[in-house]
Design a protein around this ligand. Structure first.
Ligand SMILES: Nc1ncnc2c1ncn2[C@@H]1O[C@H](COP(=O)(O)OP(=O)(O)OP(=O)(O)O)[C@@H](O)[C@H]1O
Length: 588
């Protein structure tokens, strides 16, 4: 119903025109057996060739009209269903892009791919089926019953026995088929999930020689998919022949009774032929209805899956951020401020990942964030661009409470370089420009220079026009990170978040990038998450995270004197010398 309402206005007209041609086609089909009866009874049996020619010509004309209607209907239905499918796929894609991060976390990525491809195709096929055969089948079925009753009321009693049995078989088929087709979709999701995991981790699989295990996992999923499909097909394989058998028994009974009645002079041979034709039309329509109901069952489970995406929460909304860059910061002097912030991925009642954090930083400062793995560093920075909303306390950017800001407007001020560098297929230049479509050639080169990427890009055979393979396969981890940093810088952000995105760089290159950022003279406020203590040592201030708590804030010297967690991290990375360094720091 949801999809029907959404697309009725746009495709309703084409759908109705197609159905009208379909009705014309069904009418032509229905007239044929009655005319055939006339040819046999009035022409062939009485040897009147004129009747044969006259009615034969009319039959030809009706056939031509039917064929013309079928061709037109085919053209319209194909166009309407293709356009509908393309729009549904596009709308779903846009919806997925607009989903909030929590909604994306809830939906399995592999299942999103199946929804965008297979599920949309199922619905598109069903819509096409509706316009091609579905409406024709009941029309033809009901029309054939009416024509048969008009032709010979006593013989049509046989229909009274056949039709209810077949209707019962169809209902049973649907009841058994629906859960089976739903299982087919679920197993396809799992198969897609394994395929995606395997392909994205193919290097690791090869490095660990895990082909066999991965192949086995795939086989299990593949086998489950096969068995689910087989189960669904079995239901069809049993019921369709049962329906055909019932109708064929009906035909035999007609032939038998018809023969007796012709012998007794109560019926003409042409009527029996026409009656059998109508019976075959009824069989065709019932078989078609079963087939389309099966399509309906698949389309219904696909529709449920697609509608559940459409009903997910979208990105939160809010008011646009003032364009006056200084205005916000001037109000309280802080670029970023966390005030008693708590957060849980499962809403207010869920287990907290961040506990009552409070800190602030001024415009142009560099803030290092360090802490053990899983301590909440990435979660903390993801609250700044409103990827998630804090479940307690307030996060402010340039003096504005982010919970009241429009995320697009807020994110236009922020650039984030994620842990996993993501590159797209295209040229190096395109990849950097992706951060800011309006960036000039000079700005791209400048961003690459600050990110220490300019040298290696120029050394490539085609420089900035060199091609990046899918997922950046032809670049090293450090090169990918530098290109990602350049992409972030070309946005000219006020806030730059580097989420462990210098981990693949050697210390020297990392120092060069930090030096170049510093040389920008405080235009950018930088939050730098790092595992290596050397990465954050020279930051203006360092936040030390432990188990979702902010245990200390200070510069390196201060933390070495006052923070045991920080000293512990230092010790773990510097070994024995660390204690001497710590002692020296404490004496400062
Ligand atoms: N999308 C998510 N849904 C649910 N829990 C999550 C999600 N992302 C992270 N977590 C959980 O939140 C906690 C903090 O994770 P986070 O990624 O912020 O830590 P981190 O300090 O950045 O770790 P690392 O240094 O390993 O990247 C972890 O317990 C993690 O399992």
């Amino acid at each position: 119903m949801y999809l029907l309402r959404k697309y009725r206005a746009r495709y309703g007209k084409g759908f109705i025109v197609s159905i009208m041609f379909l009705m014309l086609e069904a009418l032509c089909d229905l007239l044929q057996p009655a005319m055939l009866a006339k040819i046999i009874d009035q022409g062939v049996v009485s040897g009147d060739l004129n009747v044969v020619y006259r009615i034969g010509a009319i039959m030809l004309l009706i056939t031509a009209i039917g064929a013309g209607a079928a061709a037109t209907r085919n053209l319209i239905s194909s166009r309407v269903s293709q356009q509908f499918g393309a729009q549904l796929r596009g709308d779903l894609y846009r919806k997925i892009q607009s989903l909030s991060f929590s909604a994306i976390d809830k939906l399995d990525r592999a299942s999103l791919i199946t929804r965008l491809t297979n599920d949309v195709t199922q619905i598109q096929n069903f819509v096409n089926g509706l316009m091609r055969i579905f409406v024709k089948a009941p029309l033809l079925g009901i029309g054939a019953v009416i024509m048969a009753v008009r032709l010979n009321p006593p013989l049509s009693v046989i229909l009274l026995a056949v039709v209810p049995i077949v209707a019962f078989l169809i209902v049973m088929n649907l009841r058994i088929g629906f859960p089976r087709f739903a299982r087919v979709q679920q197993s396809l999701d799992r198969l897609n999930g394994y395929t995606r995991d395997f392909l994205s981790g193919i290097r690791v699989v090869k490095a660990f020689n895990r082909y066999e295990d991965e192949a086995k996992k795939f086989e299990v999923a593949n086998e489950a998919y096969r068995s689910a499909n087989e189960g669904a097909m079995k239901a069809m394989a049993i019921f369709n022949p049962l329906i055909a058998l019932t109708v064929n028994i009906g035909i035999i009974v007609i032939l038998w009774i018809g023969g007796v009645r012709i012998d007794g002079g109560h019926m003409q041979a042409g009527h029996v032929v026409a009656f059998i034709n109508y019976m075959l039309q009824i069989l065709f329509s019932l078989m078609t209805i079963t087939m389309v109901f099966n399509m309906f069952v698949r389309a219904k489970s696909s529709t449920t899956r697609i509608v559940s995406v459409f009903q997910q929460d979208e990105r939160p909304s809010g008011s646009a951020m003032s364009n006056d860059k200084a205005a916000g910061a001037a109000r309280d002097g802080y670029c970023i401020q966390f005030d008693n912030v708590s957060f849980s991925y499962d809403g207010v009642a869920g287990e907290k990942v961040l506990h009552h954090l409070s800190f602030h930083c001024k415009q142009g400062e560099t803030i290092g964030i360090i802490g053990s793995t899983g301590s909440g560093k990435s979660t903390l920075v993801s609250l700044i661009p409103r990827f998630y909303d804090a479940t307690g306390g307030t996060v402010s950017v340039l003096g504005h409470n982010v919970a009241l800001l429009d995320p697009t407007s807020l994110r236009s001020r922020i650039a984030i370089v994620p842990q996993q560098a993501v590159l797209f297929t295209g040229s190096v230049k395109d990849n950097i420009r992706w951060g800011n479509e309006e960036a000039t050639e000079e700005q791209i080169i400048e961003a690459a220079r600050i990110a220490s990427a300019d040298d290696f890009i120029r050394a490539l055979p085609n420089g900035y026009d060199s091609l990046v393979g899918q997922g950046g396969v032809n670049f090293s981890g450090g090169q990918k990170q530098r290109l990602s940093i350049a992409r972030a810088l070309v946005r000219k952000p006020e806030i730059l978040i580097l989420d462990d995105s210098t981990s693949a760089l050697d210390v020297l290159t990392e120092a060069r990038i930090k030096g170049a950022l510093k040389a920008l003279g405080g235009q950018i406020t930088t939050l730098l998450i790092a595992q290596r203590i050397t990465s954050v040592m020279d930051a203006d201030r360092i936040l030390v995270m432990d188990n979702g708590q902010l245990v200390a804030v200070g510069d390196h010297g201060q933390l070495m004197r006052e923070c045991e967690v920080y000293r512990e991290i230092y010790r773990s990375q510097y070994g024995k010398e660390a204690d001497q360094h710590a002692a020296a720091a404490q004496s400062i």
